[in-house]
Design a protein around this ligand. Structure first.
Ligand code: CMP
Length: 163
């Protein structure tokens, strides 16, 4: 009977720790991809430098290439948009760098750092203003909400790939 009680306590403890971890992570992480255009133009280094200097910690990172199927899955929310096919073709056209970044207020701060989706509307000094060519080939992705940051982080990385 006592061991049953001990096991229940242990389960509650594990549940509480997991809950705390999830609660901590939502709001403190964002998912970025350095897109095929920026990789092709050798902008990985300068973009990572801006990310570091803005105070983001790299939790996970990989150099990879999305298949058409995986790119379609990642951007499934845009399936009905006229640019969906173009977006999937572009995002699977070459290697990318995917990363989970951590910082207080990560989603909003990262969106400020990258600038508007359309680089012609992006503020001076933002990543897209400096390194993006067009709305389609816009150099970097950044999650648009805390909820999507968690979903997108899980899309690219297992728990074992995070440090
Ligand atoms: P991203 O932040 O990765 O999220 C969705 C992407 O869709 C966006 O960046 C753009 O690259 C792309 N996108 C948005 N609007 C258009 C458009 N009008 N034409 C082509 N691509 C677009």
């Amino acid at each position: 009977m006592f061991s049953g009680f001990k096991n229940s306590c242990r389960r509650i403890h594990i549940f509480a720790a997991d809950f705390k971890k999830q609660a901590f992570m939502a709001g403190d992480i964002t998912l970025t991809m350095i897109k095929p255009d920026a990789v092709k133009k050798n902008f990985i280094g300068p973009i990572l430098k801006m990310i570091n200097e803005a105070g983001f910690r790299i939790v996970a990172m990989k150099y990879t290439k999305l298949s058409k199927e995986k790119a379609g899955e990642f951007y499934a929310v845009h399936r009905e948009r006229p640019f969906y096919g173009e977006l999937v073709d572009f995002m699977s056209s070459g290697p990318i760098v995917a990363a989970i970044l951590e910082k207080e207020n990560a989603v909003d701060d990262f969106r400020k750092l990258i600038g508007a989706t359309d680089p012609s509307k992006a503020e001076e000094g933002t990543i897209r203003k400096l390194y993006a060519a067009s709305i389609g080939e816009n150099a970097v992705h950044g999650s648009d909400s805390d909820e999507n940051a968690v979903i997108e982080g899980d899309f690219h990385f297992s728990k074992l790939e995070r440090f």
